[in-house]
Design a protein around this ligand. Structure first.
Ligand code: ZN
Length: 134
């Protein structure tokens, strides 16, 4: 999986352009990391020193949003049915597949979709369903 790493602690991170701030993907506090990035940038550290690429971050977050829309469309077509993660993943064009994991997690957190553990060929997996209004 392609991750953007926090230039300070190297945890997977995303940059949210609407907030103009990077966040750790796991949700852990990164204010001190972000402050360090800004301080280093203010002191003129080069991009390679920071290992920080705003453009790459922005591309990443856009890819996640596109992937989320595709997952929703695919699940809406199968409304009321459970769709296995592997089937769903294959429905997403390769261009966005790198973002599948983050997109799924965002949608679960936002309560747009729900999941059940599912076994497939003896391997643990998940299957997904679009949330319908009660
Ligand atoms: Zn960090």
């Amino acid at each position: 999986m392609k991750n953007q790493l926090c230039p300070v602690c190297e945890k997977p991170s995303v940059y949210l352009s609407n907030l103009d701030r990077a966040f750790h993907v796991d949700g852990s506090e990164n204010m001190s990391c972000w402050a360090e990035v800004l301080r280093a940038a203010a002191e003129g550290a080069s991009r390679s020193q920071l290992r920080f690429d705003l453009l790459e971050f922005t591309k990443q977050i856009r890819g996640v949003e596109s992937c989320k829309r595709r997952i929703i469309t695919a699940l809406q077509e199968k409304e009321g049915e459970w769709v296995s993660g592997s089937v769903l993943r294959r429905r997403i064009s390769s261009k966005y597949r790198d973002h599948f994991y983050y997109a799924i997690n965002d949608l679960l957190k936002a309560d747009v979709i729900k999941f059940q553990p599912a076994e497939r060929n003896g391997l643990p997996g998940r299957r997904f369903k679009i949330q319908t209004l009660p």
